[in-house]
Design a binder for this molecule. Structure first.
Ligand code: GLN
Length: 488
């Protein structure tokens, strides 16, 4: 029973099916685990024990009547505190939403309820998902479970750290430029950024509307597929939701093993990539080569522009999206304000942290009438080139392979005062977000210092099943998905 909290969702689901454990017992075990380790990891912003236990009891009742809703019925899951859950906090990691309680469920939350999952608590993130270390959260600094002196990555650092430390078997995060993949890599777990339009964004407060996506975190690829199956689907409440045929992601892994063509983009192995990361990824490429995959050298020539383009588009959209936090409607309102303008200025001044303010200013600048053509419009043109690079590459290959992040996790404070250094953490992930493509990260090795290294697989739009299947071949030949940090 002791190591139950490191079991995969699939294994737990089988235990529930065999009635060797109840959802109530399982939920209690995870709550106990959170109580034991979260004072160190600090992944959770809040935990609603009573509600979770009720959901677990309801799941057990359904099971006793033979009315189980899905393989995830009765399985605990954690939610990044930027995905709306009725009656729960939705701080987005910001003081400006400190007392805000969501009046409605996000579409993904509804899907989880329909699947019978037990929603355990709310997980920490960088303020408004801006960051790569979870250090910009207004509430607490989440630690990397592999070494508590290191960051867990970000912005979904709470979700990644919670799964990694066995506080919850599954979690949801959001990814705008790397926020699922990079923390998954830093924490040595599996994470998937879905194709833009596959998962509804309804109930995900907008940061960068043209790239934001919700996606799963799990201990392994099979579990990613299980959770993905539950959250996907067309939603008329999200105007960017796509109506596409959904493959059975859990079936894919059972399908006959089909090697395919894997592209290696030379620009992702350029300057700035840590030597240990580079060597580990090269070993991974060798694995695929030996496993009869065709390895093809490719070029994505506009890659060097991905970071500047992302930080123009991202800040432009964020400055506009964050205008709604004005102290008038549902946000923090300054008690110092004496007139209407004061309410706007002071509430935002007090409510937002430094990184959010920096991006609002940058975004306002690049959208200003004098500079729009030079920055925003030009960035959108280069973005089109980035998309074309991928389209061209995917004529010759099925999947693209790269490191997820240029380095392993870094220490607290190392990059916080150097925004450019922090932004470079996303050098391997942002282009994929700009192009709306799916990207998956799994652990593929460890550094000398004992920190995980992530492998990124990039797919054609709506080809998540292919990413899962290629990742699965690597995962089942290695033990990285069964390595867990010691926290005691
Ligand atoms: N780290 C990137 C940023 O700060 C990506 C964040 C995200 O994906 N939400 O913008």
């Amino acid at each position: 029973m002791e190591e139950l909290f490191f079991k995969s969702a699939k294994e737990l689901s089988q235990m529930l099916a065999k009635k060797s454990i109840s959802s109530l017992e399982l939920t209690q075990i995870f709550i106990q685990r959170i109580q034991n380790v979260d004072s160190k990891v600090k992944a959770f912003l809040s935990l609603d024990e009573e509600k979770s236990l009720q959901q677990a009891k309801a799941s057990d009742e359904r099971r006793s009547k033979g009315q189980t809703l899905s393989p995830l019925d009765g399985i605990p899951i954690g939610m990044k505190d930027i995905i709306a859950e009725k009656g729960q906090s939705l701080t987005c990691g910001s003081k400006i939403l400190e007392h805000y309680i969501s009046p409605y469920d996000a579409t993904v939350t509804e899907h989880l309820h329909q699947a019978g999952a037990v929603l355990l608590g709310r997980l920490n993130l960088d303020e408004f998902a801006m960051g790569s270390s979870t250090e910009t959260s207004a509430y607490q600094k989440t630690c990397n479970p592999w070494n508590l002196e290191y960051v867990p990555g970000g912005s979904s650092g709470g979700s990644a750290a919670a799964v990694c430390s066995g506080e919850v078997p599954l979690a949801l995060g959001s990814d705008t430029g790397g926020s699922i993949r990079q923390p998954a890599a830093c924490c040595g777990i599996a994470g998937l950024k879905t194709t833009y339009g596959l998962v509804s964004r309804y109930g995900l407060p907008a940061l960068t509307s043209s790239t934001d996506q919700i996606g799963p975190f799990a201990h392994n690829v099979t579990d990613l597929g299980l959770l993905l199956k539950v959250i996907v689907g067309y939603d008329d409440r999200d105007s960017t939701s796509c109506e596409v045929e959904i493959p059975d992601y859990s079936q894919i892994l059972k399908d006959e093993y089909k090697p395919c063509r894997i592209g290696i983009p030379k620009e992702y192995f350029a300057e700035g990539i840590d030597v240990e990361v580079q060597q580990t990824i090269e070993t991974t490429i060798e694995f695929y080569r030996k496993s009869n995959y065709q390895i093809v050298d490719i070029s994505l020539p506009h890659t060097p522009y991905a970071i500047p383009v992302y930080y123009i588009v991202m800040t432009a959209e964020a400055s506009s999206n964050l205008a709604r936090y004005d102290g008038i409607r549902y946000t923090h309102r300054s008690s110092e304000a004496s007139n209407a303008m004061d309410v706007y200025f002071k509430s935002r001044q007090e409510g937002f942290g430094a990184e959010v303010k920096r991006r609002i200013m940058l975004g306002t600048y690049v959208l200003s009438s004098d500079h729009q053509d030079a920055y925003y419009v030009r960035a959108q043109k280069v973005r089109t080139r980035i998309c074309e690079d991928f389209a061209k590459a995917f004529q010759d290959v099925d999947v693209i392979l790269s490191p997820t992040a240029p380095t392993t996790a870094f220490k607290f404070g190392e990059k916080l005062n150097n925004p450019l250094q922090m932004y470079l953490s996303d050098v391997c992930t942002v282009a994929i977000s700009l192009a709306g493509l799916p990207g998956l990260s799994i652990p593929c090795g460890f550094s000398q210092a004992g920190l995980p290294i992530g492998l990124q697989l990039i797919g054609k739009a709506f080809h998540e099943h292919e990413l899962l299947s290629v990742a699965y071949q690597f995962e089942k030949a290695h033990d990285f998905a069964q390595r867990f940090p010691k926290l005691n």
